[in-house]
Design a protein around this ligand. Structure first.
Ligand code: UGA
Length: 416
């Protein structure tokens, strides 16, 4: 927003994060964002504070807080949404607009709107879900593939259209709806993406059983434009702070509104996804004649996806922890996520040096498809490991190169 020329104040209750941001330091890794932050701080248009009081001058308030999975339940935890909204309410100026961005169960915006109508009737509420992917946050924000706004009043749509005018002028499709549809668009999109990934992972299971190759199958079906080739990368499945908890929260909310049957299939999507992790552990175990106990396992990747240091519900770390629990000696490498991974799994061994991760390994697992792993030379790294066995959990390595260099190469959904 600052890059688009607006004056922006970022508010957070975490004072450590705010003071880091004020100094131009990001609390997470996102390609290009550190540079953009420094650039925008220098313009003077972008500031950060812990004080809600500052919100009193703003025309538009974006509510961007997280909605994690509730402990012990599939439902979304709305503590942060409600907390931020309640703290904001007393500071809304006449004619201002609160635009929700958080991914919420359908009906949440209605509840917030009712509160706003009672306590700040001079303001309005809209829902404006975002679809940005970690690792592509800047691109997805400045060049989104659509803008969706759920509104109650034409004036609010007008205000948002003015705000996004440069993007609309650049041809970004504009979709306006009611609040509930806007909330649902977000969870429907993430559910579809999760379904696509689990579909191809189900096909990977079939390929393994029948003797086929899921990567060829994905390529072949992907040429049909009705199917499309993206999000058909078979492997250890989806993780992160969005897809897994969003499909669960969707099921929980559907049940509350008496429509549980409609999204019952998401339970299977979740099960296929989690099964990919256990299948990986089983493949590792089947490759080690001496068994898992005491085996030295090198793991390439800890983040839930490349170009991110996010380890929330990371399939890679889940697999690393399972192998450790089964008695293996596990060393995990990641270019960016080690610090976060260590906080979650203090018992695992981590290194930022690929060579020391691979040294003396009985088996190597490729679990997050960072570019740096694709650039490894199979001939060179073969001299580091004890046993030249690699399992590609992301179907992203060049199997021919590894096979040519004399590696035993396995991948989920392929019979090599
Ligand atoms: C996801 C959505 O893609 C965004 O559109 C959405 O805005 C965001 O959630 C959100 O709700 O905030 P993100 O969590 O950054 O974005 O990650 P994705 O790129 O969707 O990947 C999710 C997981 O699926 C990763 O673990 C990735 O490795 C895995 N994946 C992805 C596959 O296993 N196969 C694929 O073909 C694609």
């Amino acid at each position: 927003m600052s890059k688009l020329g607006y004056t922006v104040v970022g508010i957070d209750s975490d004072s450590a994060k705010i003071s880091a941001l004020q100094k131009g330091q990001l609390p997470f890794y996102e390609p290009g964002l550190a540079e953009l932050l420094v650039e925008q701080l220098a313009t003077g248009r972008l500031t950060f504070t812990t004080s809600f009081e500052t919100a009193k001058d703003a025309d538009i308030h974006f509510l961007c807080v997280g909605t994690p999975q509730k402990a012990g339940s599939n439902a979304a935890d709305l503590t942060y949404v409600n907390g931020a909204f309640d703290q904001l309410l007393p500071h809304l100026k006449v004619g201002s607009l609160v635009a929700g961005k958080s991914t919420v169960p359908v009906g949440t915006a209605d509840l917030l709107a009712a509160k706003l109508d009672a306590q700040a009737p001079h303001s309005d509420l809209a829902w404006n879900p975002e679809f940005l992917r970690e690792g592509f946050a800047i691109e997805d924000t400045l060049e989104p593939n659509r803008l969706v706004v759920g509104v109650r009043k034409p004036e609010s749509e007008k205000l948002l259209a003015e705000l996004y005018a440069p993007l609309i002028a650049a041809g970004v499709p504009w979709i306006s709806s009611d609040l509930r549809t806007a909330e649902l668009v977000k969870v429907a999109a993430n559910s579809f993406l999760a379904t696509k990934i689990s579909f191809i992972n189900a096909m990977a299971e079939i390929c393994e059983a029948a003797g086929g190759d899921v990567t060829v199958l994905a390529k072949a079906i992907g040429y049909d434009p009705r199917i499309g080739s993206r999000f058909l990368q078979a492997g250890i499945g989806f993780g992160g702070g969005c897809l897994p908890k969003d499909i669960r929260a969707f099921m929980a909310r559907a049940e509350e509104i008496g429509a549980n049957q409609a999204v019952e299939f998401l339970r299977e999507i979740d099960a296929i996804n989690l099964r990919a992790r256990t299948r990986m552990v089983d493949v590792v175990s089947s490759e080690l004649s001496q068994g898992l106990k005491g085996a030295r396992i090198a793991i390439l990747g800890a983040a839930f996806k490349p170009d991110s240091d996010d380890v929330r519900d990371s399939p890679a770390l889940d697999i690393a922890a399972s192998l450790l629990a089964k008695g293996a000696s596990v060393v995990v490498h990641d270019p960016k996520a080690i610090e976060n991974a260590r906080l979650r799994f203090p018992n695992l061994n981590f290194t930022t040096d690929i060579k020391s991760a691979l040294t003396d390994a009985d088996i190597t697992l490729h679990l997050t498809e960072w570019k740096v792993y694709r650039e490894l030379d199979p001939v060179e790294i073969k001299t580091w490991v004890k046993s030249a066995k690699i399992i590609d959990g992301r179907n992203a390595l060049d199997s021919d190169k590894y096979l040519l260099a004399g590696w035993r190469f396995r991948a989920l959904g392929r019979n090599l």
